[in-house]
Structure formats: C-alpha cells, structure tokens
Design a protein around this ligand. Sequence first.
Ligand SMILES: C[S@@+](CC[C@H](N)C(=O)[O-])C[C@H]1O[C@@H](n2cnc3c(N)ncnc32)[C@H](O)[C@@H]1O
Length: 295
Amino acid sequence: MMQQQDQSTEGKRTREHAVKLSDKDFAFICKFIYQNTGIVLNESKREMLYRRLTRIVRERQLSSFSDYCQLLKTQGDKEKDYFINAITTNLTSFFRENHHFEYLIKEELPRLMKTKATMANGKKRLRIWSSASSTGEEPYSIAITLNECMEKVLAKWDVKILATDIDSNVLAKGKTGIYDIKRIEDLTKHRKEHNFYQGCGNSQNSVKVHDKLKSLITFKQLNLLHDWPMKGPFDVIFCRNVIIYFDKATQQDLFARYYELLAPGGLLFLGHSENLGNYQQYFENVGRTIFRKPM
Ligand SMILES: C[S@@+](CC[C@H](N)C(=O)[O-])C[C@H]1O[C@@H](n2cnc3c(N)ncnc32)[C@H](O)[C@@H]1O
C-alpha cells in the first residue's frame, strides 16, 4: 500500500514536472521563434504555445519542456522546421477579404489589360506574389479571379502567380489543390462549377482545383526574413495577415523590400488589421488596405 502511494506520488511529480512551462523555457522559446520567423510571442500567447508544445513533447516522448528546448538547441534544421510548422497560425479561406478581389476585377486587371506593353515574345507579362500563402486558398482565389476576368485573352499573357510560405506543411497542402468541400461552400455556384471537381466514392467530401488554375501557380518555401531570390518586378503583392505577427522594425524592413520588388504602379494588399505605419508616405492608399506604389 505504502509502495503504491509512493509510486503514484512520484508519477504525479513527474507529470507536474512535465507540464510546467518555466519562465526560462518560455523565454527561450519566444526568442527562438522570433529569431527564426520574426513572430513575436508574448504572455498573451503563452496558453497557445503551451498547448502546441505539450503535443510535441508527447510526440517526442520527452519528459519536460526543458528537454525539448535542449533538443531545439542541439538538433539541426529538421526539428526547427517541425517546430516552426507547429507554431505558425495558418488561418485562411477562399476569397478572404473579398474587397481585394473585387478591386482586382473592377479596377486593376482592366487597367493592366489596357496599359501593359507587349514583350518581344508577343505576350504581356503579369506577375503576382502571394507572400504568406498558407494552404493555398489565397493564390487559388487570385487564379480564379484572373481566369474570370481575362479568360479570353489569357493565352496572350505570360502570367505567373508565386505562392510562398515559411511552413512546409501548408505548402504541401496547397500544392495538392485538394480541399474539404466545406471550404468552398460560400462560393457562388458558378465559381464552384467552373473551378473545382468534386471527388467521388470515398472522396465525395473533397474537391480538387482545376489544372488550369494550378498551372498558373508555383508554390515555394520562403521565409520572409531571409533573402528573396526572385527579382520581380511584381504587379501585385499580397502580404495579408502575416505582418500582424511581427514587430514594427520587421514590418518596416519588409515594406521597404516589397516596395523595391513592386513595379511602378504596382499594388500591395495588406490584411484587415494591418497598416503601413511610417511607410504609408511612399504609397498611395487606393482602397481599404490597398496601396499603390507611385508610377
Ligand atoms: C494567418 S496566415 C495568412 C494566410 C493568407 N495570407 C490569408 O490572409 O488568408 C499567415 C501565414 O504566414 C506564414 N508565416 C509566418 N511567418 C512567416 C515568415 N517569417 N515567412 C513566411 N511566411 C510566414 C504562416 O506560416 C501562415 O501560413
């Protein structure tokens, strides 16, 4: 009886040890995430971090968060990537913040169709970057918009949509182009029918985007904090609902780099709760969270 009690007390102690996220470990994790992703975590995110870390510590069969911090210090990029994937918030949807797509349809694409010069290859060049593309709903919404607006002329255009994200899991999901059917339930009947195939048999609750959309998009892993290999210029850049996780200095640094990569007259879309801060003076505000680089 006495022995049983000892064992259960010991078990409880071990569990308590395992579930306690010390201030020191929390500080280490916050710094690690900030240095590797730019994402700022503070006390308000402690609960979220705790939940996600608990899952990883269990998966790794470790007995404490300190052990996991040690693992992050000693293991190479593989553990780091796994951890970053677990920490990022990937919320997105098709035609999220629809006013941006409306602006493309009503203002920007008609303007570009009128003004774009034909290149030596006889085509007109259009480059769009979805710079935190998550699981792909954003770049596919851009591709659907282009198809709707430019379908008749698209063959005469050299169109490329670059979709990047730091998280390798969401990119892999985006590349498949396969989604739960519920993800498109708010789209119009026309959009559903013209852009998605519904699966059958075991896959009847899934849809797959048409190849004509997939062929416009290239998915690539890219950490916004690192060097950007592409030269641009981009006609449109989507930077939505990502800088919200960064501090002001990182945001300003990114805006300068987006500005450089945009063509004169190019557009930058930000998320609903984001703004350019001091960088606003270099752009013209042409709509809700829509900014144009001057010609
Ligand atoms: C909330 S989602 C936004 C998705 C989409 N832009 C939208 O508005 O619906 C934020 C995305 O930013 C990505 N992200 C976070 N830090 C990043 C970084 N340093 N470089 C590139 N992507 C990052 C995350 O992986 C996540 O998929």
